[in-house]
Write a protein that binds this ligand. Sequence first.
Ligand SMILES: *Cc1c(COP(=O)(O)O)cnc(C)c1O
Length: 470
Amino acid sequence: MNRTMKKDDATTAVYGSKEMLQPAPTERIPQHKTTPEIAYQMVKDETYAQTQPRLNLATFVTTYMDEYATRLMNEAIGVNYIDETEYPRIAVMCGRCINIIANLWNTPEKGEWKSGALGIGSSEACMLGGVAAWLRWRNRRKAQGKPYDKPNLVMSTAFQVVWEKFCQLWQIEMRTVPLSLECPTLDPEKALAACDENTICIVPIAGVTWTGLNDDIEALDKALDAYNKKTGYDIPIHVDAASGGFILPFINPEKRWDFRLKWVLSISTSGHKYGLVYPGLGWVVWKDKKYLPDEMSFSVNYLGANITQVGLNFSRPAAQILGQYYNFIRYGYEGYCEVQQNSMEIARYCHEQIGKMKCFRNYSEQVENPLFIWYMCPEYDKKAKWTLYDLQATLQQSGWMVPAYTMPKDIDHLVVMRVVVRQGMSRDMADMLLGDIRNAVEQFEKLEYPTQSRIHYEKQQHQKGKVFTH
Ligand SMILES: *Cc1c(COP(=O)(O)O)cnc(C)c1O
């Protein structure tokens, strides 16, 4: 008989067990067994003190799905997507999702199955879009008998970290275009000035992570068309639409940012952001099969049939595909419009209320996606005894996660705060958040001495030549 069962057995209450008196394992696998009830409770309790996911306004990722979606996904929790021969209907469903997304983005491709792939998130989808652009460029250079050892990619400094990873891992030179307060998105002329014969693609962003704004992709496409004509290059566009890919088709279908534009050859998005699916799901779509290089399709024959796969991962959970397909059926175009519209309205409401507070200034007048950033009014900042980092910490005490951070290179003197509104945030919750912000500011204004974070901030700003009046 197992010694450890001497005291605890299946009838022992979870908190009456001696396991609950032991520290949790941190180095080695425990020698003995424990009951599932106790193991469950120990793991659950580890996460107990974490923020409520829906109060986390820092993330873009889905924190609410309805009960049927949750049931469907839980029922598929053991399904491996890659076993296409075992679960052929899931592969079909995945193809249907790609078709639906490709059509939301106005693909001109006529075939029964549009060209695309799924990923674990936008990160994998961006990598696949980037690799395809690099291989196309390389193949063309080879065919022309030209060197192909110095590829580069052009985008704004407000890139998401995945592009840094892509450029680092594939050894592609990253050329960034700085932003300014006057020009807060990618300037097409500056982007073209950074291009040359070795540019594999330009990557504008729909739903910039740092600001919530959209790069002007139509203007970029137009300028690029003239540039390609003049130079004889064929530089394409990959749109990183991690957020915008599921916002623009519903909120602003007239806006031309997608495959309607000549040089947009691939687009990536996160199914687990405004696609409204729990993590991890991303999608990439090419304008036509001919833009997806053959070298990226791999055949495997050991799963019971010959299957072709495009992706960095092999095994991956299938539940998210069911969730995405369920959402398409459940919401339809109309339902997605309503959900995204509500998120937009609540974001605009918060934006307006924050803009009315004398201590804050919104980064931009427009709210193009359901998120926005603001900073401390320069006049107020000169005499404040607190910073947005203090506000972040105070809000955290009531469970909110609202991040403060410095902007990218060249405007990194600016500390901003961001709210991402997603499905699951109601007007009532927005009012609670705004109330907590107002209360916090009221308390900060009673401060006699500057906070630690203020002292640190002023020291840094002094070095950049800024003067404070207190
Ligand atoms: C979130 C995001 C990514 C990365 O997406 P994941 O789905 O988290 O992998 C890439 N680009 C942009 C613009 C993003 O907002």
